[in-house]
Design a protein around this ligand. Sequence first.
Ligand code: LLP
Length: 419
Amino acid sequence: MNYNFYGVDTVYLAKKYGTPLYVMSEDYIIERCEEIKKDFLNKYENTFAVYAGKAFNTKTMCRIIAKEGLGLDVVSGGELFTALSVNFPSQKIIFHGNNKSLDELTLAIDNNVGRIVVDNISELEQIIELSKLKSKITKILFRITPGVDSHTHSYISTGDINSKFGISLNEEILYKAIKIATDSEFINLAGFHFHVGSQLDNNDSHLKATTILLNTMQKAKNDLNFTTKELNVGGGFGIKYADSNNRKNISYFTDAIMELIKTGTNDKNLDMPLVIIEPGRWIVGESGITIYEIGNIKNAPGLSTYAGINGGMPDNPRPALYQAKYEALIANKSNIEKNEIVTIAGKCCESGDILIKDLEVPQVKKGDLLVVKSTGAYNYSMSNNYNKLPIPAVVMIKNGEDRIIVKRQSYEEMINREI
Ligand code: LLP
């Protein structure tokens, strides 16, 4: 039997569109957005949710998010341009980044993005100058380094005290930043933002950072008479991969955060701020699979059996970068007993290009199709042309129907910018 993904036969998809192929389920993405609406946005007043586009940002994805009524987190001029190209409502865009260029800030301010999250004082000064030049009042949040060590891979832990991200909680620095912002008639400092890390399977770090920010809000009020109107608690909610727990409901994170903010503001006599969340992976990660074709298989007594696939670290750099683990199966043998252990080898000229080590499979042969699960986040968005492998196509499935949303890159397209 062939493996069926959201009502569509994956072997049929591989034949129709070729491999490697990213396949995503719009039904799944909508389900997650609806869960956020039901259990966060409609449950609590004065809340806002944005999808972190760095996980998967394409024109179609921006259209889906706009239709669902969520906002969008963009982190570069390129992501912003993609959103603007499909008329994503710019007031619902939050612009992030630790080193935004003048061109990127100009694009954001010219298009009236809803909020810019300011990473440092030097950027703040540039935004003030630019806003003055354009005679606009720019709404900003300060990204704060909360000094919380979240227990995830060090490359995706972002909240520790020495992180490259955010304004330090050091009073001298933070107070200086608040004063510069509130003194400017071209800036509306609405509040604070933190993002503690990614692929977190519990809410400890979010709660620790929220407690720290509640104290900061109180100090800013007492010492500077500054009222925090908005608090953005970032994303980072984990999903299911091969080595992790199941994805938790959004309410596991948001109920605890809202409860803490409610009691904290009450105890400290602060106004309840607008609370913003910005999940990326949680919305899109499990919506996607990647289909590869198995090519050469080799084994020798006492050594690993390698099954080569027609993709690898350029379409999924996560195993090589973060030692990420994935679940996978053979699409055309999905109900056949597993009796073999193979290592899935990518096709790049690197020993580190191993997609999955020791995968249990039915007996495989050249031409079989491998489906890797949970590749919806940080796969297509991190894909590249290493070894000049073309970037795969992306197919979207909705109500059991497939449509192409990103065409496969051709060799010609790969070289047409080269002089
Ligand atoms: N907000 C900010 C400010 C962020 O920096 C990030 C992720 C998010 C939201 C969304 O995080 P999520 O909900 O998707 O965990 N390439 C890595 C992940 C890097 C995440 C960077 N920032 C990976 O493949 O695991």
